[in-house]
Design a protein around this ligand. Structure first.
Ligand code: USQ
Length: 398
């Protein structure tokens, strides 16, 4: 199948491209390298060194004899996007090309606007590009479990049957997102569902949880194929951050009471879930929603696991209950249904000590690349005057 991966240079988009290429699909990657630009501007960097977009594609093609096609482009630029559509003629589009960090979206007005513009307008362009140039193409869109928030009832997979005043209907599950980023994904979901209805587009919205892990089988084949690994307070996610904190002697940053519970998924399962979604195409006009998680943990659960595994590696850790920079429930009910991908054949890589040990091991290997000033949060949901790094550490070029 011809599969176009939007955001194919990112933490997940890149290993996804390798995985699908390895499986024999014809793959193209499209990316504007916005994530790399943020690092250049603000002095952030991936823990694990990564090659340029150009070089990593070249290396894969040379190593495997496959032929990933590379497009430099921005989804908010309709001409760039549609050129790729017309040139590549995709049968499936996997859409990762969004600003994906909640703290980034809460820095200030400018960052909130950038997030929603990039995500909502980018996705709207993708929908129009499909309508105009590839109407039978399947859109596999990365949503987020954060669209649902933390309701006091079970979270269903996209839709819930409601009985109201003697009548019943199956309706989209209520959304209570917790950041302008998470809100952007809700807006996307509505736009996609609408376009499926009016134009007969086929789409799968994958509400993914927090991804952890540093590598997939393909990205580990050669150091030049490594994917990025973020540990900073803007892009780094909970478990990945805790492993780096343990490896560098930084106290583990449990926000608030640490009882916040979320769904998690191993990066190796992310790439498989997307393949499963692609293989089981929805009907024309169908809008499917899958919850893309494999298990749930509280922040304290995962911090405790990291501390225990670190201890077996001879690493002593301590924890810091950091005042929660976010506005979120800390003590809440959480039970999210996630059976649809299992029914399609997903065999999860559940979080075990070996995985945590591997991640801490990688963090130890690259410990010299960690900038400890990027670990403590600088973005507080309650104020509009946030900074990317601590004010005294601003390192903005030009
Ligand atoms: N947290 C800590 N300490 C930290 C970092 C985070 O306690 O050092 C807590 C946060 O307060 C939050 C939870 O961990 O309660 C998750 O935070 P996160 O930074 O790991 O993840 P989040 O901001 O929710 O976003 C990430 C990805 C996003 C994806 C989302 C899935 O960046 O792209 O959509 O996970 S979900 O969380 O299900 O919405």
């Amino acid at each position: 199948m011809r599969i176009l991966i939007l955001g194919g240079d990112g933490y997940l988009g890149w290993p996804q491209a390798l995985y699908l290429s390895q499986k024999g699909h014809e793959v193209a990657v499209f990316d504007n390298q916005a994530r790399r630009q943020f690092d250049l501007k603000n002095g952030f960097d991936s823990l694990i060194p990564i090659k340029s977009f150009h070089k990593r594609v070249e290396r894969w093609n040379e190593l495997t004899g496959k032929n990933i096609t590379r497009y430099h482009g921005d989804t908010t630029n309709y001409d760039e996007l549609t050129q790729a559509f017309q040139d590549f003629q995709p049968e499936s589009v996997v859409h990762f090309a969004e600003q994906r960090a909640a703290p980034y979206s809460m820095i200030d007005r400018e960052h909130a606007v950038f997030t929603q513009y990039t995500n909502v307008i980018g996705t709207l362009n993708v929908l129009y590009a499909i309508k105009e140039f590839a109407p039978s193409c399947h859109l596999v869109k990365l949503g987020t479990m954060g669209e649902y928030g933390t309701p006091n009832i079970d979270i269903e997979e996209g839709f819930i049957e409601i009985n109201h005043k003697g009548r019943k209907d199956i309706l989209p599950f209520p959304k209570q997102p917790g950041s302008f980023y998470h809100l952007s994904k809700v807006h996307d979901s509505h736009n996609i569902m609408f376009c499926c209805r009016i134009w007969g587009i086929r789409s799968t919205d994958l509400n993914q949880g927090i991804v952890y892990g540093a590598e997939t089988y393909e990205s580990a084949l050669d150091p030049d194929l490594a994917t990025r690994f973020d540990y900073d307070q803007i892009y780094g996610t909970a478990l990945n951050r805790f492993c780096v904190q343990a490896a560098t002697g930084h106290p583990l940053t449990r926000y608030g009471s640490g009882n916040q519970t979320r769904g998690y998924i191993n990066i190796k399962d992310t790439v498989r879930c997307i393949e499963l979604a692609i293989q089981s195409e929805p009907a024309a006009g169908e809008f499917r929603v899958f919850n893309q998680i494999t298990e749930s943990f509280s922040i304290n659960d995962i911090a405790d696991k990291v501390e225990r595994v670190a201890a077996t590696m001879g690493i002593t850790t301590q924890s810091d209950y950091v005042s929660n920079p976010r506005v979120e429930s800390e003590n809440h009910y959480y039970n999210a249904v996630h059976t649809k991908l299992l029914d399609l054949g997903l065999q999860p890589h559940l979080l075990d000590d070996a995985e945590i040990e591997r991640m801490i091991g990688l963090a130890v290997e690259y410990r010299d690349r960690v900038d400890p000033r990027l670990i403590l949060p600088t973005v507080n949901w309650r104020t509009t005057e946030n900074t990317v790094t601590q004010p005294s550490e601003q390192r903005v070029f030009g």
